[in-house]
Structure formats: C-alpha cells, structure tokens
Design a protein around this ligand. Structure first.
Ligand code: MRU
Length: 348
C-alpha cells in the first residue's frame, strides 16, 4: 500500500507529494513548525491526510517540550500553528479539536511523560482509524458501481489524500476488490495537477485502468456516453449536503447533471461540519496566483493581468446523487440522512 504519512521515533515521515510522479521522496518532519509548513506548502494535502498530519504535528509539538512549566499556553500555541495552515478542510479542525479534548482530559491529572505518550497514541490511532474508515466507505460505495463502469474523478481523493486507501479512490478500490472491472477517467485538475500527478500515479501503481484527460474534456466524454458515474472526495460538507471540493468539481457536477450521470461524493463523517447550515458558509482558500500563471517556473500569462485562484468550490446538494460515508450512503433528503449519520457517529 502507498504510504502517505507515518509516525516514527524521529518525527513524522511523509512522502513529498510535490515531487510525484517523477520522484518518490520520503522526508522526516521533526517539529510542529516543520509539519505545519509541510501542510501549507502541499507536501501533504487532501482533507483526511492533513487532519492526520495536524494530529501528529500537535503530538510532536508537545513531545518536543522540555518541561511542562507553561503547558497550557504552549499547547494552545501549538494548536494555533496548526489552525492557521489551511482553511477549508474540516478534517484539519476536527483533528485539532480531538487532540484538544484529550489534552483537556489529561493535563494536570497525568504525569507529563504519560500525557506526551497519550497524545502520540491518539495521533497514531487517528491514522489507523482513517484507513479503516476508508475501507468502510469503499465497501458501501462499491455497490453503486457495476462491472464495466467508467468512473470520472476530479483531484486526488486517494491513498495520498488520506492515511491510506482513499475515499473516492477507496470506492473504486472497493469495487475492484469485489471483482468488478472498473475504468477510471482522471481529470488532470488544473492548476495544481493533483489528477495527473497523483491520481494517475496511484491508479497506475495499483494496476487500475486509468485514462488521463484535461479538465475541459470531461463534458465531451460524457456526451459520448463514455462515463457512467462521477465520484469525488470532499473537504467540507454542510449538514444540508452542499459539498466543498477541489476547484472544478462544481463544473463536473453540472456536466454530470446535464448528461444524466450519477454524481457521488465520498467522505468520512469528520469532513462534515455540524456548525454551519449550508455550503455558503464554507471558507474557500485562495492560493498563490503563480499556480495559475506559471508552469514549471515558465510564465504563461501577461504580467499585468488580474488573476483569481480559489482552491475549492462548493457543489450544491441538488447536484449530488449520494454522499458515501463510513455509515452508509446519505441520499435525498440529505439533512435527515446526514443527521442520522451524526447520531450514529456520536454513539461510537
Ligand atoms: O488542495 P488539496 O489537494 O488539498 O485538495 C484536495 C481535495 O480537494 C480532495 O478532493 C479532498 O481533500 C478529498 S481527499 C480524500
């Protein structure tokens, strides 16, 4: 299995996703600042993966403290560093909140050395749980696919975007493991090219047939009947079913609707945001405009042009056929279905 992130005695080991597919380089990140920088600079990306990285970064930050004289303020500072990395993926804030809860329960009641161990164990547990959750998403999700289907996906919601196995690609892996013949069309996903650099690489690694297309080709292949289903991941989902994902996802959803092709979102419950009502409240990260104007350091636009580079968009629930989670597939009416899953998650 592709290794995205791992806790080791020397620090957090991550594959540098910026170098894929040409180089497979694993680096060790030994401080909370180094882990935060890895999230900001996209060494690691994808909502569940950055959640796990944040938890490990916090565990690392506390583990590196030499004493507990200012434990509360040191811990708050460590969490603030993680908070300010990227704004859209709910999993990041979900993971920080889980570490904060554990800290609150233990600080002052547990020896400092045990507190450090507990935080490390929690981060490692979150890593393992994420893989199990993705396998459950894969099991539920594979039911929407039939042998011979061709699935379009956008961005990378695979092993690289999670602790392992993937969400959208987890559904595809689940179908393949169930013996179904599945073809994948991967959108290249401008401007950061997660589709061509990461999804195509991951699927080739697992021998799952994949055709790479540029984003603007999707509609034409749909029109020709070459795509049966769309499955994407998500960075944050509102309780009404509106889902934020990589920029371009909304366009794919509109195209799928126009061609009567089912459009699924696959994501764990930790991606859902119970504190908002609709997708309008989801913060959208704006990234460096050079991602749009430069390719491999070469300028592709005039210097005096205005540029926009939102990293995510929001697909309204009305365009979504179902949201595949570890508790099953949420369907219309989404608010009821999602509320049921929240209740199931709370019981665990
Ligand atoms: O900017 P990125 O690469 O972090 O964006 C990633 C995505 O949009 C993924 O589709 C999403 O996080 C789901 S990953 C299982």
């Amino acid at each position: 299995m592709i290794k995205t992130i791992e806790w080791t005695e020397n620090g957090v080991v991550m594959i540098d996703q910026r170098l894929l597919p040409s180089e497979e380089v694993y680096n060790t990140y030994a401080t909370v600042d180094e882990v935060a920088d890895a999230i900001v600079t996209m060494v690691i990306r994808g909502a569940p993966a950055i959640g796990v990285a944040a938890a490990m970064g916090i565990a690392l930050g506390v583990n590196n403290l030499v004493d507990d004289n200012n434990l509360q303020s040191d811990f708050e500072k460590i969490c603030r560093i993680m908070h300010s990395t990227r704004p859209t993926a709910k999993n990041l804030f979900w993971a920080i909140a889980r570490m904060e809860r554990l800290f609150k329960n233990l600080a002052g009641r547990t020896p400092f050395v045990s507190l450090k161990e507990e935080l490390i164990n929690e981060a490692i547990a979150m890593h393992q749980e994420d893989i199990e959750i993705n396998r459950r998403i894969g099991k539920y999700g594979q039911e929407v696919l039939s042998s011979g289907d061709t699935v379009l996906t956008h961005c990378n919601a695979g092993a690289l975007a999670t602790a392992g196995y993937g969400t959208a690609l987890g559904v595809i892996r689940g179908a393949v493991e169930a013996g179904k013949a599945i073809n994948v069309f991967a959108d290249e996903t401008r401007p950061f090219l997660q589709g061509s650099r990461l999804t195509a690489w991951e699927l080739a690694h697992d021998d799952i047939p994949c055709t790479l297309i540029t984003d603007n080709m999707a509609g034409w292949f749909m029109k020709q009947g070459k795509i049966n289903c769309v499955i994407v991941g998500a960075d944050r989902i509102a309780p009404n079913g509106d889902a934020a994902n990589k920029i371009g996802t909304y366009s794919v959803a509109v195209l799928a609707k126009a061609h009567n092709i089912p459009f699924y979102v696959a994501a764990p419950i930790s991606t859902f945001d119970p504190d908002i009502s609709t997708g309008e409240e989801i913060p959208i990260e704006q990234r460096d405009t050079r991602e749009v104007t430069e390719i491999n350091g070469r300028i592709m636009a005039p210097g005096n042009i205005r540029i926009e580079n939102p990293a995510f968009d929001v697909t309204p629930a009305s365009l979504i056929s179902g949201i595949i989670t570890e508790y099953g597939i949420a369907r219309v009416p989404f608010p009821e279905s999602i509320a049921d899953f929240f209740r199931l998650a709370e019981k665990q």
